[in-house]
Design a protein around this ligand. Structure first.
Ligand code: AMP
Length: 288
């Protein structure tokens, strides 16, 4: 496995592979890897060609007062996990290369980036599109793999790929969960043992949304209210948002359709957690 820390070196590596007619799949991450990240690498490995994982804690997607400084990192452990998977290369650039002191160019977003995480974290998606556009240019992938865990990010990035005509297939991997239902996240290390139990309320609330839908409820407002009351019953949680949306536009659904998504974000202790659940898991293929 090649460990590449320089942008020019990564671009040379990519040029050589493409010149040899080989395809590339890229898995962008912020490191502190878990099974969710590895599942995306496995999807890419199964698609053939080269798999390149990127590890970069992207400062432009963190707002002031967010957890950039304390975001968990463990380079050695990440590299060991990736080596065991058998991917071709890891790209881990320094912040100075990605954002030199005179850096001023950003990929602006609207549409699916508005509301929800976009309301709570106003500069977040602009940071995400900017880093992913850079990573796409540097790694020139045929395919890029993202997790459904970050469903709004998926909608924003698919929109960017369409709008900016990136010749890249976006492939979405299912959310990997702990046995008790908590969606895996690098940020779960912030949770104390008690917080960890409390955090389960979010997947419980989303599951209730799905059960009520299965029982015939179709009103977005009533489903949202029901999910909200599950969160409200848990005293150690602060609700950021909960709702049901169209998975492409991220507009709230008035009349809920099978391909819509239940989404939520909560604060537990000093940690913000997000999760989502397909309204109806069977009818909508993730690989669209
Ligand atoms: P991050 O390192 O948190 O920025 O995540 C890197 C990629 O892994 C993103 O595409 C995430 O959506 C994806 N990811 C994070 N957690 C999970 C999970 N539990 N299951 C599936 N994919 C995930």
């Amino acid at each position: 496995m090649d460990i590449i820390r320089r942008v020019d070196e990564m671009m040379r590596w990519v040029r050589e592979r493409h010149a040899a007619g080989e395809e590339i799949g890229v898995v962008p991450t912020m490191g502190y890897l878990h099974e969710g990240h590895l599942s995306l690498c496995r999807l890419s490995l199964a698609d053939g060609g080269h798999t390149v994982a990127t590890i970069f804690v992207n400062p432009t997607q963190f707002g002031p007062g967010e957890d950039l400084a304390r975001y968990p990192r463990d380079e050695e452990r990440d590299l060991k996990m990736l080596r065991e998977l058998g991917i071709s290369a890891v790209f881990m650039p320094t912040p100075e290369q990605v954002y030199p002191p005179d850096y001023v160019t950003y990929v602006d977003t609207a549409g699916p980036s508005q509301g929800w995480c976009g309301a709570t974290r106003p500069i977040h998606f602009r940071g995400v599109t900017t880093i992913v556009a850079q990573l796409f240019h540097i790694t020139q992938p045929n395919r890029a793999y993202f997790g459904q865990k970050d469903a709004q990010q998926v909608a924003v990035l698919k929109q960017m790929v369409r709008d900016l005509k990136f010749p890249i297939e976006v492939i979405v991997g299912e959310t990997v969960r702990e046995p008790d239902g908590l969606a895996m996240s690098s940020r779960n290390v912030y949770l104390t043992a008690e917080d960890r139990q409390v955090a389960l309320v979010i997947s419980r609330a989303l599951q209730l949304g799905r059960s009520l839908y299965e029982e015939g409820e179709r009103s977005g407002e009533r489903l949202t209210e029901a999910m909200r009351s599950v969160i409200a019953a848990e005293p150690n949680v602060r609700l950021d948002y909960i709702g049901v949306v169209n998975r492409r536009s991220f507009r709230a659904a008035d009349v809920v359709l099978p391909m819509d998504l239940f989404i939520g974000a909560i604060y537990v202790g000093n940690c913000r957690l997000i999760d989502n659940l397909d309204v109806c898991p069977k009818v909508y293929p993730l690989r669209d």
